[in-house]
Design a protein around this ligand. Structure first.
Ligand code: DGT
Ligand code: CA
Ligand code: CA
Length: 568
């Protein structure tokens, strides 16, 4: 049993309970499923240590089901439901517009069980005839299947799998077969989605090392196995390449396999122009190696400064490294706290005390609690009165705690650009995050842009939440005049958020770089809805770094006191 299999089962149960109109339980199962999918350790190990309920979202009842599955290889609740609903929910979950209830309607009326059945039914124009579907929604489904089921399912969001990757690397290091093990590829560049993992190693016992690798419990299937390169399929559905290289070539190999490809192509051209040859084995002059042990030696010998992997996207970093004008990008350890989070007061699943304690353990100096506002009832948004109560509580907590809580809101920007709460409560807040969650589909580019501009110019908001609204693999960015928005943010000293929640990763890094050129500053937020999400601040920081941000461009590098002084 892999974590991935178990997680899919729990997601399935959630979907089937939703069809049965069961309240609350689907949400609980989804939460547990998500935690398990991204757990860096084997669930079975936790079970053996009696620690199942320490998994975020796993209470007694779900723990019982997991135990049953580990012991007997089957889960009664799952089996019973599956008898009623023999549907491939896992595939449908990847397609927008195919929630469990629609999947069930298609099954009941057309015997659609999986993606192939669905494609056929659409081809035969049968879906449009069903109640609640129609021609338009049939076409929409067709589009969604085409655009997302093929490409996107092969890439994974790094935020969900980075802990897993790091624990894999840790195990390789501890095996004793390798002198060095390092992550390369898109994961090293901290790209928000990754197509596969690339790991580089140095080993005097590479045959044995590769044996160890292919026998790891995370490995589902070996694709190719050799003493210098082995590729496997992992249980989380990603491939992983492990390459063993010579110590003297390690720097050149790290450079090459970190990429990206077009960054490499540029480097190779520069080498050629200097009469040199660059490849994954080193930098050569007339067949003689002149650099390659370290990455720095490779870059320096090409007349360039060494740069952080996050910058290597061929967006000007090669030229900047040549002219010694690389930005000094913000460091992970310069981030003092998290500026976007939720608790059980709105749609989060941990209490404020639990969130604070978890943030403290991470080393944060502060955390902003930014609950939703009243016009977002699906997220249990708060009105003025409830915010006032919450702030009284926060003031009390702040008195005795070393980690400070910033009082905030994720405030609905209403249909016409006005704000969801009035001045007096807003005045008591340390951070006001304006957000678009509703009425965006019906508005054209100009209307949507003006709506955001009005909020920026109100003088009442600190920052704009997840500015493009995109959801990776699910929803495109809003069509807005972003240049105007950047200009106005800069003029009014309103910040833009970099939301590190993996599905959002918003602003995207290329837009961060563009906004920076307008003089915009940024707030970083994990957008946590539970303590397990707090780790996504790292992903927000990665995007900041990929967008060339320096310490001064990022509000989270300020102390609690300095942030309070920013209040308008
Ligand atoms: P991914 O896996 O799609 O998320 O992205 P990467 O960047 O990890 O790409 P991958 O795994 O195909 O290859 C790892 C690195 O190897 C890549 O970043 C640069 C280098 N590389 C791969 N193919 C080529 C190539 O054709 N030419 C050059 N110069 N470098 C390449
Ligand atoms: Ca890769
Ligand atoms: Ca690869």
């Amino acid at each position: 049993m892999s974590n991935q299999e178990l997680s899919e089962m729990l997601f399935d149960i959630a979907d089937m309970l939703e069809i049965d109109d069961v309240q609350w339980e689907p949400r609980a199962y989804r939460k547990a499923a998500l935690s398990i999918a991204t757990l860096p350790v084997d669930v079975k190990q936790l079970y053996e240590k009696g620690k199942l309920t320490e998994i975020d979202g796993v209470g007694k009842s779900i723990a019982g089901s997991i135990e049953e599955y580990i012991k007997t290889g089957s889960m009664k609740k799952y089996k019973d439901l599956k008898k009623k609903y023999p549907i491939d929910f896992a595939s449908f979950r990847k397609i927008q517009g195919m929630g469990p209830k629609r999947a069930y309607a298609l099954y009941k009326k057309l015997k659609v069980r999986d993606l192939d059945d669905l494609r056929k039914a659409i081809e035969d124009n049968k879906v449009r005839e069903l109640e609640g579907f129609g021609e338009k929604s049939e076409e929409q489904l067709k589009h969604n299947i085409e655009s997302f089921s093929k490409v996107k399912e092969e890439r994974k969001m790094l935020g969900y799998v980075i802990d897993y990757l790091e624990s894999l690397v840790e195990k390789l290091k501890e095996s004793g077969f390798f002198e060095r093990v390092e992550v390369a590829g898109s994961s090293r560049r901290m790209k928000e989605t990754v197509g596969d993992f690339d790991i580089l190693a140095v080993s005097g016992k590479s045959e044995a090392g590769m044996d160890f690798f292919t026998k790891m419990k995370e490995v589902k299937e070996t694709i190719v196995k050799g003493s210098t390169k082995t590729s496997v399929k992992l249980d989380i559905g990603l491939n992983c390449d492990l390459r063993v290289v010579e110590s003297r070539s390690f720097g050149a190999a790290m450079q090459y396999f970190t990429g990206n490809k077009s960054h490499n192509v540029k480097l190779r051209k520069i080498a050629i122009s200097k009469g040199l040859k660059l490849n994954e084995y080193g930098l050569f002059k007339g067949g003689k190696p002149i650099a390659g042990t370290t990455e720095e030696s490779v870059y320096n010998s090409l007349g360039m400064d060494l740069m952080e992997p996050e910058l290597r996207e061929d967006t000007g970093e090669v030229e900047a490294a040549q002219s010694h004008s690389l930005p000094e990008i913000v460091r992970y350890d310069e981030i003092q706290g998290d500026l976007h989070s939720h608790t059980t007061n709105s749609d989060g699943t941990n209490s404020i005390e639990e969130m604070i304690e978890a943030a403290r353990r991470m080393g944060h100096k502060y955390i902003a609690i930014t609950e939703h506002s009243k016009s977002l009832p699906v997220a249990k948004g708060l009105d003025d009165k409830r915010f006032e109560e919450l702030f009284k509580k926060i003031n009390k907590l702040n008195e005795k705690s070393e980690i400070k809580v910033l009082k905030g809101v994720e405030l609905e920007i209403l249909k016409d650009g006005s704000l969801d709460l009035d001045g007096s409560t807003l005045g008591k807040m340390d951070i006001v995050i304006g957000a678009l969650h509703q009425w965006t589909k019906g508005q054209d580019k100009k209307t949507l842009t003006n709506r955001v501009l009005k909020a920026i110019e109100s003088g009442k908001i600190t920052t704009i939440a997840h500015p493009t609204g995109r959801m990776i693999g699910k929803r495109e960015a809003f069509d807005m005049d972003y240049q105007k928005i950047f200009e106005s943010c800069s003029k009014n000293d309103v910040f833009l958020e970099i939301d590190g929640f993996p599905d959002r990763s918003d602003l995207p890094f290329d837009m961060v770089k563009e906004a920076k050129s307008y003089g915009v500053r940024f707030t970083l937020g994990s957008d946590s809805h539970s303590i397990g999400h707090l780790r996504f601040i790292r992903m927000a920081t990665a995007i900041a770094r990929r967008g060339w941000l320096e310490k001064d461009n990022v509000i989270n590098t300020l102390s609690y006191k300095e942030i309070l002084k920013l209040k308008r």
